[in-house]
Design a protein around this ligand. Structure first.
Ligand SMILES: Nc1ncnc2c1ncn2[C@@H]1O[C@H](COP(=O)(O)OP(=O)(O)O)[C@@H](O)[C@H]1O
Ligand SMILES: [Mg+2]
Length: 534
């Protein structure tokens, strides 16, 4: 307990002298300065609140809220806001009587903690503040809560030892209390700020669930009352309530519930009631921390997994809607081509026939005959193209390699593209599904080359290697931004290729950059020879 109190006091002290001369010159934008000043102020305020709770009963506040605020602020506003953290921490320490040099060092530790955490999360983990993916929750727990607080704890403990404010024997405990307090500050406060700031708060949605929200608050209140006011040690009562919040109100609900529980738990523990007051102060502290961390992390994981599942469901629903729409458009196109082109050609031929019939006896009009023949040729060609698109009969008659060769040659000739064909003879396969998928991907990729690429040259290669079919369609055209995060929702063709390949256990890679051509590679597993349906 003494140690605990020491830590709090040292932390207070831990800020240093300051200000005035400390404003970096390159901070020219007013908004930036205002954000930084705001952050420093909030940091200071949160630290004072944290200390108040701690000092009330000379027990360490097990949560160091400024750590969560600093990390969330740097994640939302950019790591460049770091001076705000330093100034806030420095002011806190210096106004609490810590010598300036020590305060500066401790503030640097706090700043480095937040900046390193935010940098790794944003740059390495491509963290999304909405916390609606499991990987973001795990990254926040690992880098924000477990690893980066070690920086502040190490620098802070070293600084205290160096200035003679702690003894060597105290260091391990000091370090542990410092580290775990920061970690819990991150776990309880950062998710609250991040999730609620990540997007617009939809009041109408909240209002629509006012009754359930009120009920949740009531039940949570009752559970917390049982936990902390009555002598019943049913700590786990809070978990189902947290699950309710997570599943029904998502990451925001999970974060808000954890924060509320943390607030109440720390308050009562500091005031000497509740289940975390029966052992030694340090043990109480760690029990409370483990309880709150487990609650926070499990509920956030739950909310994220549920959100991910819903995201997948929504994406599937949207996809099937788009596919139905695309199918309808395709039918319209085929109907129009049949009606306009084929209908016209056949109509013209019929007219000519009638004219020839009317002039029976006279020598046939050579021009009319030639015209009719041309019209019929057009119709035959169109019907062939259409039926080929609908169901490539070559696939039924020829093997895949021959079908690919014939289709690629035909399309390249029609589009005036120079074609390189590298199609190996394939061992006879019995996997029709894979062959059809391969052929469809070729069709879609070639269609894209013809419609979008403005290429002169296209390469089509097909070979079987290690039990897999590998198809590549590469062009030297204008290219496009193929990075997945750039992909618009409307890339139905590319999406369709991926879906088809996925359906037979394969994969499609699209590589392209503007100005650098494009390549589509499909790798599809071949059924072992002799196995598989006909
Ligand atoms: N080979 C290519 N060369 C240039 N741009 C391409 C190529 N393939 C695809 N694209 C770009 O990707 C977009 C998405 O393609 P796709 O999903 O097939 O949809 P669609 O062909 O209906 O536009 C195209 O609109 C085009 O901008
Ligand atoms: Mg396309």
């Amino acid at each position: 307990m003494a140690t605990a109190t020491t830590v709090v006091a040292d932390r207070r002290l831990a800020a240093a002298p300051p200000a005035g001369e400390g404003v970096p010159e390159h901070l020219l934008q007013i908004r930036y300065l205002a954000a930084m000043a705001g952050l420093a102020g909030v940091y200071l305020g949160a630290a004072r609140l944290g200390l108040l709770a701690a000092v009330a009963q000379r027990v360490v506040s097990s949560v160091w809220p400024p750590a969560g605020i600093a990390l969330a602020a740097l994640l939302l506003g950019g790591v460049r806001l770091w001076p705000g953290v330093w100034i806030g921490a420095f002011l806190l320490n210096v106004t609490s009587g810590v010598p300036a040099a020590g305060a500066a060092v401790i503030a640097a530790g706090n700043t480095l903690e937040a900046a390193a955490g935010a940098w790794v999360l944003a740059r390495v983990c491509r963290f999304r503040p909405a916390l609606d993916r499991l990987r973001d929750v795990l990254a926040l727990a690992a880098f924000g809560a477990l690893l980066s607080p070690a920086i502040a704890a190490t620098i802070g403990t070293a600084s205290l030892s160096w200035s003679g404010q702690s003894t060597t024997a105290q260091h391990p405990q000091l370090w542990l209390v410092w580290w775990s307090g920061d970690a819990l500050g991150v776990l309880t406060l950062a998710p609250l700020i991040l999730t609620w700031a990540a997007g617009p708060v939809r009041l109408d949605a909240l209002r629509a669930r006012a009754v359930e929200t009120a009920l949740l608050v009531l039940v949570l209140g009752a559970a917390l009352r049982v936990l902390f006011v009555t002598p019943l040690p049913y700590v786990y009562l809070v978990f189902p309530v947290g699950a309710w919040a997570a599943l029904r109100f998502g990451p925001r609900g999970a974060a808000a519930t954890t924060f509320t529980v943390a607030l109440v738990a720390v308050w009562y523990t500091v005031h000497g009631s509740g289940p975390f007051t029966t052992s030694s102060p340090l043990d109480n502290l760690f029990l409370l921390q483990v309880f709150l961390s487990l609650l926070g992390v499990t509920k956030l994981c739950m909310a994220a997994m549920f959100a991910e599942r819903q995201g997948v469901q929504n994406a599937l629903r949207a996809l099937s809607r788009r596919l139905l729409h695309a199918q309808e458009l395709e039918r319209v196109r085929i109907a129009r081509e049949l009606h306009d082109q084929v209908g016209q050609a056949l109509g013209a031929a019929r007219l000519n026939l009638e004219r020839l019939d009317a002039g029976a006896g006279r020598p046939p009009d050579a021009a009319a005959v030639a015209e009719s023949a041309a019209a019929l040729d057009r119709a035959v060609d169109l019907i062939r193209t259409l039926s080929f698109e609908l169901r490539p009969a070559v696939l039924d008659e020829l093997d895949l390699a021959a079908a690919v060769r014939s289709y690629a040659t035909r399309q390249a000739r029609r589009a005036g593209l120079e074609l390189s064909l590298e199609v190996a003879a394939l061992a006879p396969s019995r996997d029709r599904d894979v062959e059809v998928v391969c052929f469809r991907i070729l069709q879609e990729a070639l269609a894209n080359v013809i419609v979008h690429s403005r290429a002169d040259h296209v390469l089509v290669s097909l070979r079987a290697e290690r039990g897999q079919l590998r198809l590549e369609v590469r062009d030297d055209g204008v290219g496009f931004e193929s990075a997945p995060h750039e992909a618009g929702a409307q890339r139905l063709g590319l999406l369709g290729m991926t879906e088809r390949a996925d359906a037979v256990g394969g994969a499609v890679k699209v590589r392209s950059r503007p100005g650098a051509g494009a390549s589509v590679v499909a790798v599809l597993p071949l059924a072992r020879r002799g196995s598989g349906a006909t």
